[in-house]
Design a protein around this ligand. Structure first.
Ligand code: ZN
Length: 116
């Protein structure tokens, strides 16, 4: 079963990779668009494309650090940072369901069980 899935994955890789690239591009455009109309809940200034760029740079930096610290780790992390307010530095995650931004800590709290 696993071997069959591996074969299917390899066969469809030429399709899956461009599909992933397109989906990523669509997602990024959606996030930038949402950022242009979203006002920071802390300071009230518009996030804009700059906020998304700040988050992209921060995430890329964290990923570099992660690979340096854990060169043999093979699992992926869920991205919880999609925008940083350029005025006050509040960190936001993009909520795909509601197509809006949530403060990063609220977004992370959703994934924790109530008992924790
Ligand atoms: Zn702000």
């Amino acid at each position: 079963m696993i071997a069959a899935m591996a074969v299917v994955t390899v066969v469809f890789l030429p399709v899956l990779i461009p599909m992933a690239v397109v989906l990523t591009a669509v997602g990024k455009r959606r996030i930038r668009k949402a950022a242009r109309s979203f006002a920071c809940v802390v300071c009230g200034s518009r996030l804009g494309g700059v906020a998304v760029k700040l988050a992209d740079d921060a995430v890329a930096g964290q990923a570099r650090q992660w690979r340096r610290d854990h060169p043999y780790a093979r699992y992926r992390m869920v991205r919880t940072l999609h925008a940083i307010c350029p005025a006050c530095g509040t960190r936001y995650a993009y909520d795909e369901t509601d197509r809006t931004f949530l403060r990063e800590e609220e977004f992370i709290a959703r994934f924790r069980s109530p008992s924790q």
